[in-house]
Ligand binder design. Structure first.
Ligand code: 2HG
Ligand code: ZN
Length: 461
């Protein structure tokens, strides 16, 4: 603990856990982007709201920048600490505070993993429906800071819809109790919503009161093989018309090649160019018949070439692995990621534009396409060829993102559907937000954090 500021911090916050070992600095200073070299001052691991308040009061008084930190599964550099910041990890604050059956609300500490939240909700016969592949390691605080989406947005919406209250520590160590679980609260600006997707730049989320709901009826999972991109939205429309969809996801043959190489099982004997995984309510015969009708309609049109329906929970999980395993399966290629969104109705035209732009732009790179197509959200992962330097690779990809950002502006889309802006998408914020909007966001930032100590350099400068 050589930096004298750390002695001052431990004196100001008695009992505070601090980590300063090089391995810890490297581990807590980065997220899944792996593009920046971690260089935090230290890692503070408070175990109570009181300690978070004291850490922030100290940081404020001493002009020390702070990076709030959850599970660091983010893909936009939002939790990177590469400039001597103090990482404020919420990992020790991972407990349930309260469950109320009448309100159907659960209050948890921000460091609770998403999967742990799912499990405690299930103990009460309810669900917290936001879900995605990083569930085991991402935290609810991080989910809120990025307004995480995932695979069930089509049915339940984004994180934003499920937050009934937040406790947030301000940059100077004050505690805000926002909305306090109220269903109705028309009393001025909703600061709770302002905090959601603010990427740790406006305050430290320490507790969340989340809404819970009834579990869905039994579901089935169907894997479909498609001949082309062009029919994707037709298949979506056919299924959405006939079924209560819980998820509708797509990926390409290249994605499948990587997930199967990583252990997922492909139930088809043949190779097809595009695939869809859809999960739908299948509690009764009428729903089963509707699913078959949707499949047969699409097959009759030539939009679907093959299909499998899960007959067991294990098989459903196997099918999901083909889709959910993509990020991990391609991680070794340190992919350059785009996470873009347009209105669902504009998806067919947007897909066509993206295909001609990206197809031509990356002749020498593998490009893995997948995403939450039913939400208008496309993930494009460009894989770095072995032997090409990281900086050179990123520089080449950035040229294409500039063009993609222009297309997004034309389509009134978003450069970040669900991963956040962080460091990665900062140069492209203006493709999605107008100059007036960005100036207003910057004045909000100044009002809440005049010295720029909270997650500096993220979202905008
Ligand atoms: C997903 O949908 C995640 O699986 C990760 O948002 C996407 O790795 C990605 O680009
Ligand atoms: Zn996603």
């Amino acid at each position: 603990m050589s930096d004298p500021r750390l002695a001052s911090l431990t004196a100001a916050v008695p009992g505070l856990h601090l980590k300063t070992a090089p391995d810890d600095l490297a581990f807590y200073g980065r997220d899944w982007t792996r593009r920046w070299t971690p260089a935090p001052l230290a890692i503070a691991l408070p175990d109570s709201v009181a300690q978070v308040k004291a850490v922030m009061a100290w940081a404020h008084a001493n002009g020390v920048a702070v990076v709030p930190s959850g599970g660091r599964t983010g893909l936009s550099g939002g939790a990177v600490a590469a400039n001597g910041e103090l990482v404020l990890s919420l990992e020790r604050m991972n407990k349930v505070i309260e469950f109320d059956r009448v309100d159907r609300l659960m209050t948890v500490q921000a460091g609770m993993a998403l999967e742990a939240l799912h499990n405690v909700a299930a103990e009460h016969g309810l669900i917290y429906p936001v879900d995605f592949a990083a569930r085991g390691s991402c935290t609810i605080g991080g989910n809120i800071a990025t307004n995480a989406g995932g695979i069930r947005v089509i049915r339940y919406g984004n994180t934003r819809e499920w937050i009934a209250g937040l406790k947030v520590v301000t940059v100077s160590g004050e505690l805000l109790e926002l909305n306090r679980g109220l269903v109705k609260n028309s009393s001025g600006y909703d600061l709770r919503q302002l905090m959601i997707a603010s990427e740790g730049t406006l305050g430290v989320i320490v507790e969340a009161t989340v809404k819970l709901t009834d579990p869905p009826p039994p579901t089935n999972v169907m894997l479909l093989a498609l001949p082309s991109f062009e029919v994707l939205m037709e298949v979506f429309a056919a299924f959405r018309e006939r079924l209560q969809l819980e998820a509708f996801e797509f990926f390409t043959d290249l994605a499948l090649k990587h997930t199967t190489a990583h252990g997922a099982l492909n139930p088809f004997a043949e190779v097809y160019p595009y695939y869809v995984v859809t999960e739908y309510a299948a509690g009764d015969e009428a729903a089963e018949a509707a699913a078959m009708a949707a499949f047969e309609h699409c097959a009759g049109q030539g939009w679907v070439l093959d299909g499998v329906i899960s007959t067991s929970v294990e098989q459903a999980q196997q099918i999901w692995r083909l889709r959910e395993g993509i990020t991990e399966a391609v991680a070794r290629y340190t992919p350059y990621k785009n996470d873009v969104a347009v209105r669902i109705s504009r998806m067919p035209a947007f897909l066509a534009r993206c295909q001609s732009l990206i197809g031509g732009a990356y002749p020498h790179f593998e490009v893995v396409w997948f995403g939450h197509i039913g939400d208008g959200n496309l993930h494009i992962n460009v894989l770095k060829p072995d032997g090409l330097g990281q900086d050179e690779f990123v520089a080449q990809c950035e040229q294409v993102t500039k063009l993609l950002a222009q297309v997004l502006a034309e389509f009134d889309g978003s450069i970040s559907a669900e991963h956040g802006i962080g460091l990665v998408k900062k140069p492209y914020l203006s493709s999605t937000r107008s100059p007036v909007e960005i100036a207003l966001m910057q004045s909000v930032k100044r009002a809440l954090d005049p010295q720029g100590l909270l997650n500096p350099g993220k979202l905008f400068d």
